[in-house]
Design a binder for this molecule. Structure first.
Ligand code: APR
Ligand code: PHB
Length: 388
């Protein structure tokens, strides 16, 4: 079998790339280790930058997002019981969209099915061969039978634990990492959100976040230790720990209910560079991870894919490799700025140490944010997404 681009991984990065390439008549096959149902069962973040929205529209899958997504003009930050609002609209003229990654994945899968582009789910032992030459191949197994696809390029969109990044010789890639000694315990519940806007909470007991999926479905997180066992967090204990971190109004408005999903996520910053080795290009979580505090994971995956799709179109339509040659550099310029913002959000809003000096610095940082239009504008520009 032969195709132009083999895409490893059917998360948002792989599916979006497949859709954009298909629009430009570039043949591609997606190989995914899990089943489609498993991929759709994962609950992930849900704040989308304007530039990501535009890209989903370009890929022809934005209709449901525009119908069901919630446009947010600002965000709220609660510091030790007092809430402050930052208006993206006033500071930048832009807004963000709250629409779950699970829904985006579904829209992308439906879009792919509608155009009949090939995807192989439950593909085991996916491995890339000869990526440093000009005739790469990708092999995989389905139900014990081995298959092989020859191609022009391989797109590694298989997330942090995928095989793509690991296929690159260690001497050809540098990695940068910070692992935070904390996690987020998240609960999804069919209860109305406590506020129309997201509330990021800085509190001596630890960080909290009040988010949402729809007007009747809420997503809450609290900072927890990495050693925490999910079994020791029945719903009641979660709500009891969330409440004291909120301001009085939010505490009174909070509607609790049974969780429909509960999970613990570790917080990590990670970047691998360059994002290319020969004919293998990395995109999304395969190349970088951000802690969720800045809501940038999905948006960075989308911006990588935008650069990569345009570079591949340039290669096939204009016979120019300039875009491919600059892919890593262009993508990383945006990645590192999102790494910085996500690190800043994380270290400013979490209980990161027992040293009171750190706590006082956080308060000074936040006081400056609320009082200075320059600081607020810098925050808003980053939150709504920096230009490409
Ligand atoms: N072979 C094939 N597929 C694989 C392999 C493998 N060896 N390893 C992983 N995969 C698949 C995973 O099952 C998953 O469906 O690759 C996909 C990677 O998807 P994501 O982890 O969602 O990564 P990405 O598409 O880059 O999306 C980034 O998703 O993880 C969140 O926070 C992240 O919001 C960000 C966004
Ligand atoms: C979410 O709704 O899951 C969410 C929102 C904002 C974040 C992280 C997660 O920063």
């Amino acid at each position: 079998m032969r195709t132009q681009v083999v895409i490893i991984g059917a998360g948002p990065a792989g599916l979006l790339l497949g859709q954009l390439l298909h629009k430009h008549s570039i043949a591609n096959v997606i190989l995914e280790r899990q089943t489609a149902d498993h991929v759709l069962g994962r609950v992930r973040a849900g704040v989308i930058e304007q530039v990501t929205m535009n890209l989903l529209d370009e890929a022809g899958v934005g209709a449901r997002m525009h119908a069901d997504g919630l446009v947010h003009e600002g965000v709220q930050i609660c510091v030790d019981g007092t809430r402050h609002r930052l208006s993206f609209k006033e500071l930048t003229g832009k807004t963000v969209m709250v629409y779950g990654q699970t829904e985006i994945t579904k829209d992308l899968m439906d879009g792919r099915a509608a155009v009949g582009a090939p995807s192989v789910y439950s593909a085991q032992d996916v491995s890339a061969h000869d990526i440093s030459g000009d005739k790469p191949r990708v092999s995989y197994q389905v139900e014990g039978n081995t298959h092989e696809i020859s191609c022009d390029f391989v797109a590694g969109c298989d997330g942090f634990h995928g095989i793509s990044r690991k296929s690159i010789p260690e001497s050809a890639i540098d990695t940068y990492e910070r692992v935070y000694p904390l996690g987020w315990l998240g609960v999804l519940s069919d209860t109305p959100p406590v506020s129309e806007e997201l509330i990021y909470v800085r509190h001596p007991r630890g960080f909290a976040l009040c988010s949402m999926r729809t007007p009747t479905r809420s997503r809450y997180y609290i900072q927890c230790s990495l050693a925490e066992d999910i079994e020791s967090w029945p719903d009641e204990r979660f709500w009891q720990e969330l409440k004291p971190r909120l301001d009085e109004e939010a505490r009174e408005r909070l509607v609790t209910g049974p969780s429909i999903e509960k999970s613990i996520a570790p917080l990590r910053s990670f970047v691998a560079e360059p994002m290319r080795f020969g004919r293998l290009f990395l995109a999304g979580d395969a190349a970088h991870i951000v802690p969720p505090t800045g809501a940038k994971g999905l948006n960075l995956a989308a911006s990588d894919v935008r650069y990569l799709a345009r570079a591949l179109v340039e290669h096939y339509q204009e016979r120019s490799d300039a875009g491919l040659d600059h892919y890593s550099e262009r993508a990383l310029a945006r990645v590192w700025k999102a790494e910085r913002f996500s690190w800043w959000m994380t270290t400013t809003l979490h209980k990161i140490s027992d040293n009171p000096f750190d706590y006082r610095l956080q308060l000074a940082e936040l006081d400056y944010l609320f009082r200075s239009k320059a600081a607020a504008t810098a925050f808003a520009e980053n939150y709504v997404g920096l230009p490409y």
